[in-house]
Design a protein around this ligand. Sequence first.
Ligand SMILES: C[S@@+](CC[C@H](N)C(=O)[O-])C[C@H]1O[C@@H](n2cnc3c(N)ncnc32)[C@H](O)[C@@H]1O
Length: 200
Amino acid sequence: MGVREFQISDRNIVIHELDDLYDSTTGRVLTGSWLWNSAFVLAEWMATQCKLFDFDFRDKTVMELGAGAGLPGLMAALLGASHVVLTDVEPLLPGLLKNVNTNGLGDRVEVRELVWGSDDSDMGPLAHILKIISRKDSKIWAASEIRPWTIECLTEFTSQGFEIKESPVRYDEPHEEYDHAIFDSFSIFHLRQRDDERNF
Ligand SMILES: C[S@@+](CC[C@H](N)C(=O)[O-])C[C@H]1O[C@@H](n2cnc3c(N)ncnc32)[C@H](O)[C@@H]1O
């Protein structure tokens, strides 16, 4: 753990990771106390490839769910989002706030508790929260390593009324922080509520 510095598409971000934090009731480690590869993949994709989808962060409001150390949300602010809300379980909020302040983004980025369910592997409550907070024109992105159970997670979202498109992740430039091989196993998933499922 410690401090990690990233340069992603000419933006510099400093991320403090925490020594493993544990949930006081379950005793389980809080997985958001360190940065996962998916956070880096998503932040890099947002900075370099999201424009291929005609998306511009300027003046947008962005919410990151399960933010952990907050790298993608902080990147959104650096790319011009006017308001970013980083959310996670309560014990991770001080670490998120530290990362906001370290990067001088306190005027645009706030930190809030948002818990969608008690079981990390249950995508149902997460899909439900996404339905509540997203609007017709919202863009919803998730970066995920493709694992045997990824299809089960996606199926939960489709059964709750989301359409999903997949963008494979590819990088041509070497990056000093990351081995490029990791990108080959990741995809970005674009989620959108089907019109007939929209309740809000
Ligand atoms: C695998 S970690 C990823 C953290 C960060 N997004 C990253 O990629 O570095 C999963 C994150 O989701 C959060 N999380 C898991 N289940 C959650 C729930 N039910 N409600 C809110 N946050 C949750 C965890 O606290 C953790 O920060």
